[in-house]
Design a protein around this ligand. Structure first.
Ligand SMILES: [Zn+2]
Length: 300
């Protein structure tokens, strides 16, 4: 190799290296501008929807319980769920014994980088309390604020975007709160029953009188309701002592299905509810739809 050729080769190598450096510098700048998407795992799909509303396209949300044919009270996590939790930057879960597998997975893969939000803690509830916290409007605004605080910290470049989306979300809860207040004036004191204690926080907010609570708790836990409680429930339906039956269509218990049949046969209005956010629906739309269903049952 003569000197000229050697020099050309060296120059070419330097040129290539600087081009490569430029490209990687560009990549770094782009990454700093747009940021990588914050990885979030939610135990329940309804919380995943709230996180997606607060995070927008800056986050990637994976929800574990999301199948309409699932009974969340009976779910067990597998290895793929464990992997998702191990790699998440933020994990959101219900707590209060609703998703005990999540606290186990969190304990099994400790990570100082990962933030956690437990709805039970936000709502000031504990194991033994009714765990259907998405029916508690205050819990959802508390979740939105907690999610905002985490996102604004781990992805501070976009904190103003998160501020705007939190404000939009909180404003979107107002029509639901107003509707509950208006409906309460019409339904307060009406007796009602349910196959599972899914909507208790909502019926309490409406001032409805819930009957057959013990039967419903047994169904929720997957245990047998007592003979006396079952007979009392049947009587309520046959004598039409309740205005409506809220049915959680995701409880597979034969006892619950039987009560549904008796309600139909006795002419008691049925309000079909679901435990999991239906596909393609936001939390707000879902709440409005469930209030539609309940209102139709109470005022046929
Ligand atoms: Zn339930």
């Amino acid at each position: 190799m003569n000197n000229k050729r050697a020099l050309r080769a060296v120059l070419l190598a330097i040129l290539c290296m600087s081009a490569a450096l430029c490209a990687s510098a560009q990549r770094l700048t782009r990454r700093a501008q747009t940021g990588a998407r914050v990885q979030i795992v939610c135990a329940e799909k309804v919380y995943g929807d709230v996180l997606a509303q607060i995070g927008g396209d800056a986050v990637e949300v994976f929800s574990i319980l999301g199948q309409p044919n699932q009974d969340p009270h009976l779910f067990e996590a597998d290895a793929s769920v464990a992997r998702r939790v191990a790699h998440a930057q933020l994990v959101v879960y219900n707590g209060a014994g609703y998703d005990p597998w999540m606290s186990q997975l969190l304990a099994a893969s400790r990570s100082p980088r990962r933030a956690q939000i437990e709805i039970a803690q936000l709502a000031g509830k504990k194991t033994g309390d009714n765990p259907h916290f998405w029916m508690l409007p205050n819990a959802m605004s508390a979740l939105a604020r907690a999610a905002h605080a985490v996102l604004a910290r781990v992805d501070s470049v976009r904190s103003s975007e998160y501020d705007a989306r939190l404000a939009d979300f909180l404003a979107s809860l107002k029509p639901i709160e107003q509707r509950i207040a208006t409906l309460r004036a019409r339904v307060k004191g009406m007796p009602i029953t349910a196959t599972e204690p899914l909507a208790d926080y909502l019926t309490q907010a409406l001032g409805l009188r819930m009957r057959n609570a013990r039967f419903q708790r047994a169904i929720m836990k997957g245990s047998e309701p007592s003979v006396a409680d079952t007979a009392a429930f049947e009587d309520d339906l046959r004598q039409r002592r309740v205005k409506a039956l809220i049915d959680n269509a995701q409880t597979t218990s034969g006892h619950a299905r039987r009560m549904l049949k008796i309600a139909h046969a006795s002419g008691v209005a049925v309000a079909p509810f679901s435990e999991i956010l239906p596909a393609g629906m936001t939390y707000q739309r879902w709440m409005q739809r469930q209030l539609d269903v309940l209102e139709r049952a109470l005022f046929p």
